[in-house]
Design a protein around this ligand. Sequence first.
Ligand SMILES: Nc1ncnc2c1ncn2[C@@H]1O[C@H](COP(=O)(O)OP(=O)(O)O)[C@@H](O)[C@H]1O
Ligand SMILES: [Mg+2]
Length: 409
Amino acid sequence: MRYLFRPPGTDGAELLTLPWHQPLEEWDPDLLLEVPQRGISRHVVRFVAAQGKVFALKEIGEHLARHEYDLLGDFEEEGLPSVSVLGICVDRPDGQDAILVTRYLEYSMSYRYLFSRPSARQSVDQLMDTLAVLLVRLHLAGIFWGDCSLSNTLFRLDAGALAAYLVDAETAERHPSLTRGQRHYDLDLARERVGAELLDLQYGELLPDGVDPIEVADSLPVRYASLWDEVTHEEVFRADEQRYRVAERLQRLNDLGFDVGEVELVTSDEGARLRVETRVSAPGQHRRELFRLTGLEVQENQARRLLNDLRSFRAYLEQKAGGPVSETVAGARWLAEVYQPVVDAIPPELAGRLEPAEVFHEVLEHRWFLSEQAGRDVGTTEAARSYVRTVLPSMPPELTTPSVIVTRP
Ligand SMILES: Nc1ncnc2c1ncn2[C@@H]1O[C@H](COP(=O)(O)OP(=O)(O)O)[C@@H](O)[C@H]1O
Ligand SMILES: [Mg+2]
């Protein structure tokens, strides 16, 4: 027998003592854990605990096991929402299938289970929207799933928000990018499988009254289409509303859980056309990227927000210059011309009430609010002035951290 584990050794050590030579179905029940809320599966799937952690084991042909192992490994590296793979066991005696080992996704439930126990907190609408988000994310990354279903999707609460994870990548395919036809085919498969599973739940009297399987399944392509459009469409703005409309769009994408790669503004007679490249990114990436470009050290969500502003500023510089402006130049100019003036606008007696990056974030919100009211972009300087005059003084002084020293980057 051979074990291929990543990272080699560590997590897997205690797992090696398990009876890998036996068919999974014959393993001593004392070794196994009951996972009641799991989805239905084609293969034999069992759960074990080792070194205080839970793992899922799936018996599956070697070729597929290797395929799934490779893909899940890539997904994890790229920060895509999927279960994390530990390894595979191959060359088992008597020509037995391989076993794929994944780390149990903690605090997760299968969609199938959730649909049979609806709660006020997770409505059918929210569940279907979250499933649509997962598909859009995978499709943006060039992944054709081929088996999106309620059983193959896990669900988790993340700081109050809902998040869906891919659990079964056996049929998944990786492409540089997906065609419209591939996306729609994948979506069609998903709609069929979700519909069939809901009908099955209904047949077993596990589906609450008032949930119509076909209606719910048919809503998936609709939700997907509007999300795809929101994430990928090009917009045209008038020149005087550009900056804040770009910021608004980027914020909307972030709120939906998407990150922005590059922003391109192309001027034409009708105004500026905005093209946004949406992508999925690994955790902590924003902090590192902002630090690289500006030397600022802030928290992840703040970094995400600041980077968006930096990117829209860069697009504005490029448009003005009529040619490309490097990231480094844009970063330095943004720091000096946009960020620092806001920080400098904080009067000494109010400094320390909020972290500078948090103030900047609030000023961006304030700019958006003022621009909405005025119907034009009021600009960061005016927004900062208004913010320190009207909002900052009302921040409770007890939030002030005495040890905060406001330093210039
Ligand atoms: N890593 C994991 N974390 C949590 N649940 C899992 C994990 N792997 C599998 N499961 C559960 O087991 C079920 C079957 O696994 P799956 O990979 O879909 O097998 P199959 O290929 O036979 O469909 C899933 O629906 C899910 O509920
Ligand atoms: Mg499955």
